[in-house]
Every structure is written in structure tokens, then in C-alpha cells.
Design a protein around this ligand. Sequence first.
Ligand code: IMP
Ligand code: MG
Length: 178
Amino acid sequence: MDNVDVSEILVSEKEIKAMVEHTASLINKDFGDEELIVVGILTGSYVFTADLVRHLTMPVIVDFMQVSSYQGQTSTGVLTIKKDLSFDITGKNVLIVEDIIDTGYTLKCLKEMLLKRNPKSLKICTAFDKPTRRTNTIEADYAGIVIPDKFIVGYGLDYDGEYRNLKDVCVVSMVGGN
Ligand code: IMP
Ligand code: MG
């Protein structure tokens, strides 16, 4: 069985803190005093969502969704909702908060689905972005830190359910064998 090594820090706790504050300042500037419904995508974004909302200055409602997606034979694919929103977003400003955008597939499906509920606006914020992995044209309106094509953990991100509690973002590498 492979052992997992997570000792390589890619983004430090200090850099993450600066990213959160900068991202929040952009959102504050864009929305002013308008109410914002912040939708964290479980599970990975719970840490970023908690940090981000504490730097937002407008009236905020925090909600969470949990979805899973798989690319079927049709180009639209399928999105399964494991937990839906508790609030009606019709006519509201909505900000989706993700931990990381990889292929962009999950967000593409989610965005299409939420737009059908007729929000006033729908924007996407992600803590980390792997643009080189993208298979569609989805882009975040607020993309915290661009990272290379490596598998990362920490700050809410997991490998097989583990390491979400790390304060820094670390690179996963496999060591040893059998
Ligand atoms: P996408 O649909 O390919 O963009 O999938 C994005 C989701 O895959 C994220 O919300 C994460 O849950 C997961 N993911 C993608 N890259 C990583 C990574 O490097 N570490 C941990 N989870 C990842
Ligand atoms: Mg996720």
C-alpha cells in the first residue's frame, strides 16, 4: 500500500490569509451594501467559506449545497444534489464559494442549474484554481490562488477524507510501495 506524504507546503497559512482578505475586499467593492447569499459547496469549501464571510461587510446569508457530478454520454452531464439550498434564491445576489476548480465540470453543471432559479446575479468564488486542467470555459469571478496541476490538501481540501484540517495547503505525493 502506498504511503501519502504531505510535507511539501505549496501555499502557506499566511499566504492563504492574505488571499482571503484580498478576495473579500474585491467582493465588498462589487456588492457594496447589497445583500449576498453565500453558497458554500460542501465539503471542501467549509473552511474558506467560514473565513471569507467574516471579512464581508454587506448583509450576508450563508447556505450550503452538496452535489456530485459525473460526465455522462451527453455533453450536459448529470448533477446529483445531495443537499439543496435552504433559501429561495429568486431575485437574489448569489455567490458560489468553491475550494478548488479543477476541470470545471462540477461548477458548469451547478451554474446552469442555479441560473434556472432566476437569481438577480450569480458569481463564482474559488480559493484555488487549476486553470490548466479545465475542460470547459467556466471561470471564477474571484479566483484566489492559481496553482499548478498538482493534487493538494489542507484548508478544507482532502485526500480520501483526510487532511482537511491542515492550516497550510500541501502537495500530496506517494512514497514507498507495497
Ligand atoms: P471539477 O469538477 O473537476 O472542477 O472538480 C472540482 C472538485 O474536485 C473540487 O471541488 C474538489 O472537491 C475536487 N478536487 C479537485 N482537485 C483537487 C485537489 O487538488 N485536491 C483536493 N480536491 C480536489
Ligand atoms: Mg469540492
